[in-house]
Design a protein around this ligand. Structure first.
Ligand code: MN
Length: 393
């Protein structure tokens, strides 16, 4: 297949979800640098996401955070429907918040206090009901639970509480819904984290029930961990539910996808394309962005992220899997490795520009955004009010 055909086919099948919190003012624990154009309300977040989708054509859904975006619970559904039709963007994954409330100081599902565990379970049940009300499939669970000092937490007891809590949450799902279990090795807890890695997430998702899957946040690994191998194993186990994409240099830095190590993202996409080739079917994976842009303009950063994701996905689609399989079988190491390197080195940007034009999208979404006047308009409209920090993501 010609390069353009491969790229067109890959991009036709690639969608990526944006996070509502990526458009809001955020920061680090040392300070928040406010941007006059940052979104404060759910209306503004849908509007900004709608701009990114209108210019890129591949971001039809917006991940929502229950505490920050849906304080009225399922009653917010009518509002969401109205905002969806206005912005052209639907509600995406629903993210409960089990870490910000004072009661979660010592954990949520793993809290020794049964009343706090019950509150956490009730919040997840509400989140599942919200997801149903806004016609959203995935409920995405990340737990900050853990401990800071050896001996202070009963690790096995807490594992048991997590298994029970996830089973109960799974029992609330309707047939089309999915529970995604995210893992993270450390932060905010610095001695142990209850769901620290993909193995723990996999076991807990299996215990939860057949509609639970593992969510891989690329920033949630120890340095130098082979993330694409984890992806390959989860694919083989039919347990890969989705991604939270971001990049990192040191820890969970939430930097722009591909800004530090684009080859790693390529290798992750390669494992997915190889799995699809071997199985003759596309795996059902929710691609999502989980980044916070403290210093970059938020909409610009999101457009940049989406364009980089498309480029790396398109490059991975150039790998000739049949030739690669032959080289692997013959242990022709340099040839096999070169097949990946050649695909990664190919400039797919001209083909992507053609794909955009063919889909009546701007050839250069970033330039189109700069030319649109949208940023100047929202900066004037939103900058006059006293901006607040609406999230800690
Ligand atoms: Mn995440």
């Amino acid at each position: 297949m010609a390069l353009n055909d491969r790229v067109f086919k890959a991009l036709d099948g690639f969608r990526i979800e944006l996070p509502s919190w990526g458009f809001a003012n955020t920061g680090t624990r040392f300070g928040k640098f406010l941007q006059p154009a940052a979104a404060s309300t759910i209306e503004e977040k849908f509007s900004d996401a709608g701009q990114v989708h209108a210019l890129t054509g591949v971001c039809p859904t917006l991940a929502l955070h229950v505490l920050w975006d849906l304080p009225d619970g399922p009653a917010s559904a009518a509002d969401i429907a109205r905002l969806s039709s206005r912005s052209g963007v639907r509600a995406g994954s629903i993210n409960p918040n089990l870490f910000q409330d004072q009661q979660y100081k010592h954990g949520s599902y793993g809290n020794p206090d049964p009343a706090v565990r019950a509150a956490a379970h009730a919040h997840v049940a509400d989140s599942i009901a919200i997801a149903r009300a806004v016609s959203s499939r995935d409920i995405s669970l990340w737990f900050a639970d853990g401990s800071n000092y050896p001996g202070t937490a009963n690790i096995r007891q807490r594992r048991q509480w997590f298994a029970e809590g996830l089973r109960a949450a799974h029992a609330d799902l309707t047939s089309g819904q999915r529970l995604l279990v995210e893992y993270k090795p450390f932060e905010p807890a610095f001695y142990h984290t209850d769901i620290a890695d993909w193995g723990m997430a996999l076991l807990l998702a299996r215990e939860a029930g057949p509609q639970a899957r593992v969510l891989v946040d690329t920033g949630h690994h120890y340095l130098s961990q082979n993330i694409e191998q984890i992806v390959a194993w989860l694919l083989a186990e039919d347990m890969l539910g989705g991604f939270h994409f971001n990049d990192r240099r040191y820890a969970d830095d939430d930097l722009t996808l591909g800004s530090i190590d684009p080859y790693q993202v390529f290798r992750i996409f390669h494992e997915i394309r190889a799995f699809a080739f071997d199985n003759g079917a596309e795996p059902d994976i929710a691609y999502m962005v989980d980044q916070s842009h403290n210093l970059k303009g938020k909409i610009e950063a999101m457009i940049q992220t989406v364009c980089v994701a498309q480029e790396l996905y398109a490059k991975a689609s150039l790998v000739d899997h049949a030739t690669l399989a032959t080289a692997q079988r013959r242990t022709d190491l340099v040839r096999a490795e070169s097949i990946l390197q050649d695909a990664f080195a190919t400039d797919v940007r001209p083909a992507i520009r053609e794909w955009r034009v063919a889909h009546k999208l701007p050839a250069d979404p970033q330039q189109a955004f700069r030319d649109s006047g949208y940023l100047e308009r929202i900066t004037a409209e939103r900058g006059s009010r006293s901006a607040g920090v609406s999230s800690y993501a």
